[in-house]
Design a protein around this ligand. Structure first.
Ligand code: IYR
Length: 229
């Protein structure tokens, strides 16, 4: 029988940590395999309409929801959209905002950086990808009786969960894109979310289109980002 979820009013309880100390060889093999897998991840902007089995999405959301969070409040909701009509409405609203941003709101300096990534206001992936995951942050919680519960470190927590989500989808052989239409208020309305939720990021998920290309860019060398003291 599954354990009941602990309630806030229960006394704190501690249990032995399940932990397996790997051998050095196992550690090195696992860490190298994980690194190689993550290094193969690319942000993909062109999607095939090939369906994705639900079990892969379900597992990836479960991986994301296992992330650490401030006071273990898990201040996130993952809305997985596959309904074509909803995807179309999200695309239309996102493109309207993005068109305004790219044509009027974003400074030249920013647009020049984005040119290298090949992104513009058009977002066909919001309809082509079989799933679009919209991650919401819960800016505060709601107790059973409609009262507000303060949440701690919401953005940090949701950012970590999204990192887990991208890694999990990548491990499943799926392509993703972190898309941040700005502003994103329309997502709460279209997806009918409560007022304590605010859209954090939109992630189309699927298989790359045949012949998809990615920008020829790389990551900074470790010596530029790693400091040992
Ligand atoms: N929100 C836009 C613009 C954009 C901004 C950054 I910073 C990027 O790395 C990529 C795109 C969009 O999602 O297209």
């Amino acid at each position: 029988m599954p354990a009941e979820r602990a309630a806030d009013s229960d006394p704190p309880r501690f249990i032995p940590l399940p932990y397996e100390h790997l051998t050095e060889a196992e550690q090195l093999a696992a860490s190298t395999a994980f690194l190689e897998q993550l290094r193969r991840r690319r942000t993909v902007r062109e999607y095939s309409r090939e369906p994705v089995r639900w079990g892969l999405i379900d597992n990836a959301i479960a991986a994301a929801a296992s992330a650490p969070s401030g006071a273990n409040q898990q201040p996130w909701t993952f809305v997985v959209v596959s309904d074509p009509d909803l995807k179309r409405r999200i695309r239309e609203a996102a493109e309207a905002e993005e068109r305004e941003s790219y044509e009027h709101r974003m400074p030249e300096e920013w647009l020049r950086l984005l040119e290298r990534l090949g992104t513009d206001w058009r977002k066909p992936h919001l309809e082509d990808a079989p799933y679009v995951i919209v991650v919401f942050e819960q800016t505060y919680g709601l107790d059973g009786s409609g009262g507000k519960v303060k949440h701690y470190y919401v953005r940090e927590s949701v950012g970590i969960a999204v990192g887990f989500l991208l890694a999990a989808l990548n491990a499943a052989g799926l392509a993703t894109l972190t898309h941040t239409p700005s502003p994103m208020g329309f997502l709460r309305d279209i997806l009918d979310r409560p007022e304590n939720e605010r859209a954090f990021v939109v992630i189309p998920v699927g298989y790359p289109a045949d012949g998809a290309t990615v920008p020829d860019i790389d990551k900074k060398p470790l010596r530029d980002v790693l400091v040992r003291r």
